[in-house]
Design a protein around this ligand. Sequence first.
Ligand code: ZN
Length: 324
Amino acid sequence: MMSGKIRSRASALLAGTALLAAAACGAGNAQTSKGQDGTQEVVAAFYPLQWVTERVGGTDIRVTGLTAPGVEPHDLELSPQQVAQLGGASLSVYIKGVQPAVDEAVEQHAADRSFDAATAVKTLAAQEHAEEHAGEHAEEHAGEHSEEPGHDHEVSYDPHLWLDPSRLATVATALGERLAKADPAHAEGYRQRAATTAGELTALDGELAKGLATCSSKTLVTSHEAFGYLADRYHLKQVGIVLDPESEPSPTRIAEVAKLAKQEKVTTIFTEALVSPKVAEVLAGEVGAKTAVLDPLESQPSGGDYLSAMRTNLQTLRTALGCS
Ligand SMILES: [Zn+2]
C-alpha cells in the first residue's frame, strides 16, 4: 500500500524534477526524471514487474508500484496523482494488455519512457475466448460479458507472460539494458543485477521443468486463464473457467469445464487468493475434486516474493497433478 507520506514525497520530487529537467535541457536527457539524490524514479505497473524492476534497479532507482498489494490488477483505475507520477517517471514498466488504465496513461504521458515487457519475449496467442479479457473494461457498464469475438480489445496475445520464469528472465535482461541506456553512469550495476536476476529465474525454471516432468495428470483447471505460459512451458494443459477474474462464468462454460475435468480425471480445481472460490468449489463438488490455491502472481503474495510464491505453486501443482 502506498502511504500518503510517500505520495506527497513523490509529488515534491516531481516538482523538483521539473526544475531539474528544465535545467538539464540540452543535456540530452531532459526527459529523465531523477530525485534530488540522483536516483531514477521508475514506475512499475503491478507486482511481478515491480519485483523484477526492484531486483534489476537496485539502489540506483526508486520503484513505485501502481497496484497496491491485495488488489487485483486487471481493472485498476489510476488516481490523478498516479498518472502524474507515471508522466514524471524516467521509466514506466508495464505489460500492454493487462491493465487498460495503465496502457492509456503510458500512451498519453510516457510513450517514449516506457518499457512494455511483452515486447521483450515471444508472446503466446490469446486463449480461444480471450476477447473477454481485454474487452472487459469496454463493456463493464453493460454488466455482462459476451464471449462473442469482435468487440474492442487491444492485444491479440496472452499478457500473463510472468508465469513463465524463463520469459521473465528475458525481461530482466532487456530491462537491465533499458535502464543502462537511460542511466549510463550506473550501466554496469544494472547489467550485473539483471544477470543475477535472470540466473535466479533460470534456476527456478529448471526446478519447475524437473518437478513437472513426470505427472499422472497434465490438466490444470484454473479460476481464470492466467497460466497459459506456465502450461506452455512445462507441457501442461490449462482449462480456465473464465478469462477475467472479475467475470462470471456462464452455466454453459461451467458444464463444459465439468465435462472436461471428468474426462481428464482431474483431482484438483485451482482457485486463487483474490478471486472468490465459489465457482471453483461448485465445480469441484460436481466433479468430485478438491480445490487448492494456485497464485497467478498478479498481486504481491502475502508472504515471500515472486520466487518463493512460484516454488509454492510448484509444490501445489506436484501434489495436485500427481508428479513423481
Ligand atoms: Zn489475469
